[in-house]
Design a protein around this ligand. Structure first.
Ligand code: FAD
Length: 485
């Protein structure tokens, strides 16, 4: 293990949702200083779930911190885990280890930004250098503005502005070694944070799909670049196969930088159509766009961007909400999505749109209920993308899908999962239905149902609502809203 030199002062690096060693500008700056580095992950006091994370993401965090700790150990350093007020804890570390600087990568969520501004000011007063770095997004949200200086509210001009801004900076490797301080700071025991579910262990199957940590992220990226990227433009809508990168939880925890993903789509074999990788980059830029919205609208997760929707006549119904959460609506594509979410902490994007539309427009339940449930259950829960996407589906957001565009869950299922592969995987109780009825079991004859072992209302629910009726109700509600405003 490299030993600290007395000639260099100690630097402290705060890790947040940037749990990686490569493309980590704060860490790199500390490593470049040549002195000892203290690497810290800090969680707020009294918070059993490490900040604003939901339980699914807390599972992820547990494993990601182990991975980060191992990667730091391989470079001669350690991860220090602390609970407490950030200023108090950082101040104690500074004094105890005689550190002259504290580094971190910038956050762009309202709470994180406020905390970091206060921390910077307090450190300055103590005479300690505080430096923050960009790197969580392709482009810093403070820089991209329309010609009139206003923030972007429409995606396509945002994408064009981002393209015109030049290539995002090049990725760089993790430091080979990181000098540790002479005396390692005391660390808390990760197990004492109780981030993992106990009884029942609802995350039992997460490990089949996910390897939290930087190595897991690189593995997913390579798998995608050499696989589903070819044909992504059309394939990305098919939920029954692995057609997308599945990088979202790694991005949400900052285990991989978006720059690295962007640049991985350069110099590809000619067999990969330009359309495919441009389309993929455009998806990645939706993440930046969402963060741009959150940056400029701090209440994005809680308030309609289009305030006209404040008067929308929602129809709260806890029984129907529960059916939706449990994947028991009687609409197989919705149910498959909700069960995929529960089993693996993730749902395919096409199905997220269908399931969200069903909650909002068929059940007429406020999008904020859905946003909350996704935040609770997604391993990729992201304050910007989740809120922006829910508002996009609701029609209350920026550049949103108009409210009157109501997904038909039967036609969506038939179009994107024509042979029912996805349904059969997640709704096994109807798996033996023929393709013709796999998306509409309620239209199957008694003999077809019997042959498939399905008893509607017993082994699988009848539809909780008629889509045709619900569609008309939603359109009438929207019309009334328009007329009233
Ligand atoms: P890919 O298709 O491989 O895309 C690559 C990356 O681009 C993703 O990892 C993601 O970072 C970004 N991306 C793709 N689509 C979008 C999008 N529509 N908006 C923002 N970024 C996007 N994504 C989250 O990361 N966290 C969320 O909490 C989240 N909540 C959502 C809620 C709803 C109701 C909907 C409709 C979408 C939500 N999304 C969210 C967006 C999208 O569904 C996921 O990013 C995507 O399914 C992740 O799978 P992937 O990594 O394989 O995506």
């Amino acid at each position: 293990m490299p030993i600290a030199s007395p000639h260099f002062s100690t630097k402290i690096v705060l890790f947040r949702r940037d749990l990686r060693l490569a493309d980590n500008r704060a860490l790199q700056a500390a490593a470049d200083s040549g002195g000892p580095v203290i690497c810290v992950y800090l969680r707020a006091p009294g918070d059993s779930l490490a900040g604003a994370l939901g339980p699914a993401q807390a599972w992820w965090l547990h494993h990601s911190l182990i991975a980060l700790g191992n990667d730091l150990r391989a470079r001669g350093n350690n991860l220090t885990l602390l609970t407490g007020d950030s200023l108090d804890e950082v101040r104690k570390l500074v004094f105890h280890h005689d550190a002259d600087s504290v580094y971190w990568n910038r956050r762009h969520d309202p709470d994180g930004m406020a905390e970091d501004t206060a921390l910077k000011a307090a450190l300055k007063e103590l005479g300690v250098t505080a430096r923050s770095f960009s790197g969580q997004l392709l482009h810093d949200p403070t820089r991209l503005r329309t010609q009139s200086g206003a923030p972007y509210k429409v995606y396509t001009p945002f994408w064009r502005a981002l393209e015109a801004n030049g290539e995002p900076h090049m990725p760089f490797d993790a430091p080979d070694s990181l000098m540790a301080p002479d005396q390692a700071p005391a660390t808390e025991d990760l197990d004492s944070w109780n981030l993992l579910p106990a009884k029942p262990d609802w995350a039992a199957r997460f490990g089949e799909l996910w390897t939290p940590g930087e190595n897991g992220a690189i593995e997913k990226l390579n798998h995608f670049i050499h696989g589903a990227l070819d044909g992504y433009k059309l394939g990305r809508d098919v939920p029954g196969r692995r057609t997308t990168s599945m990088l979202s939880p790694h991005l949400a925890m900052g285990e991989i930088a978006p720059h690295r993903i962007w640049h991985a789509t350069r110099n590809l074999p000619e067999t990969i159509e330009t359309d495919d990788f441009v389309h993929f980059r455009k998806e990645l830029v939706w993440r930046d766009f969402s963060w741009n919205l959150l940056f400029h609208h701090r209440d994005l997760p809680a308030a309609n961007l289009n305030r006209r929707f404040d008067a929308f006549p929602w129809s709260p119904d806890s029984r129907l909400l529960d059916c939706w959460k449990k994947g028991l609506t009687g609409y197989p594509i919705v149910d498959a999505g909700m069960r995929q979410l529960w089993q693996f902490g993730w749902m395919h994007n096409r199905v997220r749109m269908v399931a969200a539309s069903f909650l909002i427009k068929d059940l007429l339940i406020d999008w904020r209920e859905g946003e909350r449930w996704f935040r609770h259950t997604l391993v990729d829960a992201d304050p910007a993308s989740n809120a922006a996407s829910w508002q996009w589906v609701a029609g209350s957001g920026a550049d949103a899908s108009p409210f009157f565009r109501i997904f038909n869950p039967l036609l969506q299922g038939e179009k994107f999962d024509p042979r029912g592969d996805y349904i059969r995987q997640f709704v096994p109780e109807i798996a033996r239905l023929p393709d013709k009825f796999i998306h509409r079991p309620f239209e199957a004859s008694p003999s077809v149902l019997e042959n498939a072992g399905v008893v509607l209302g017993e082994t699988y629910p009848q539809p909780v609502i008629s889509h045709a009726w619900a569609r008309n109700r939603a359109l009438a509600a929207f019309k009334a809203l328009k007329e009233a405003s």
